[in-house]
Design a protein around this ligand. Structure first.
Ligand SMILES: [Zn+2]
Length: 55
């Protein structure tokens, strides 16, 4: 239970950190929070490449 909560919090922190960072796949993209394949993720608003996703 505690581990699950900590994992969730860590995942949230990762997504929060990555949000608004520059896309590594294109020049103009910025990562935004989204859901990718049903999981919380950050994806590029320009090219749609996921910057991170949490399983
Ligand atoms: Zn991009």
């Amino acid at each position: 239970m505690i581990d699950a909560v900590e994992k969730q919090t860590g995942s949230e922190a990762v997504l929060a950190t990555l949000e608004h960072s520059s896309c590594t796949f294109c020049d103009d993209g910025v990562l935004v929070r989204d859901v990718y394949k049903g999981n919380d993720a950050v994806v590029c608003a320009n090219c749609g490449v996921p910057g991170a996703q949490v399983w």
